[in-house]
Design a protein around this ligand. Sequence first.
Ligand code: GLA
Length: 386
Amino acid sequence: MKEKLLAGFREVFKTEADNVYFAPGRVNLIGEHTDYNGGYVFPCALNIGTYLAVKKRTDKKCHFYSENFAHLGIIEVDLDNFNYYVKDDWANYPKGCIREVQKLGNELGYGLDLYYYGNIPNGAGLSSSASIELVTLVMLNEEYGLNIDRIELVKMGQRAENQFVGVNCGIMDQFAIGMGKANHAILLDTGNLKYQYAPLNIEGYSLVVTNTNKRRGLADSKYNERRAECETALEILKQYKDINALCELSLAEFETLSDKIQAEVIRKRARHAISENERTILAKKALDEGNLAEFGRLMNQSHVSLRDDYEVTGKELDTLASLAWAQEGVIGSRMTGAGFGGCTISIVKNECIAAFKENVEREYEKTIGYKPTFYVVLVGDGAKKL
Ligand code: GLA
């Protein structure tokens, strides 16, 4: 892959790149929509992601090119004077990262030629945007010798997305991509950023990601809306309990207070976040104990809660999950990521994967009208220089 990037760079910029970097995509096993509620998440980094070849320039311009958006050509950015522009499209993510580096008081004395290529399916909920952010930040850190520590880079990625791009995401994606470890999932407490690696002992089984192939459309505005609903719930519950985040409550504590929330929709949103947080802790424990059946049961429950209480699934994801639940050799299956389209994650017995794909594809197409796409994914390392 490194060779491919170097060749692509040469063709576009007519010169040789200095270095190549990689940042993975991520998939979340369980703990969905908890990361902006101070709860646990349990994601892992994938072996697919974003590659970046770079060369220093002598002026103060950055030239961005992506093989995935070749029709946009080279996007030029002046390091001394740039802003968010809709026309800059994907390049707004790396621009937001540069802005974060500058905000720390770093003077970037020269520009860069940058050639990106990603093999994460776009808009599938596998965090192609956080992957672009982290590959950019790890590169900037190295190319300009900034010595910023990894967790700080992760936070900068999140801020770039919140403040420059305008999506109010939590920290999960950037954390999983920045801190990932091959064959391990990460249990992260988003309330205090304490984390532990959990070996992914699923011998004989694989992680199968299935893409609904639904266009995500309103996903970002719906995402911000759910976040606001959780904030409303928190404001109400704070009057009765000294908490800073919804996931500081146990489900039992929440049940005693839930009737203080008048609006049913707000009550359901809070119940999802809090119940999902408990499921995530239980799931990590089940994995440690090698109890895959329990892990799968919790995944399925997570989907039901995201469907009924959080209402972020939709017909495509619900169809995929129900079909997966009915297949032989499936331990568990649920939507993963923000929802509103995107992918499911299923744990499937290796001998059963072929039949799983065939059956799910056939039945999904009958119901939805087009085919899903399957990816048997491997769990890889976090962002790095190649
Ligand atoms: C998106 C966001 C994450 C997280 C998930 C839902 O992926 O970027 O921060 O909130 O949705 O769990």
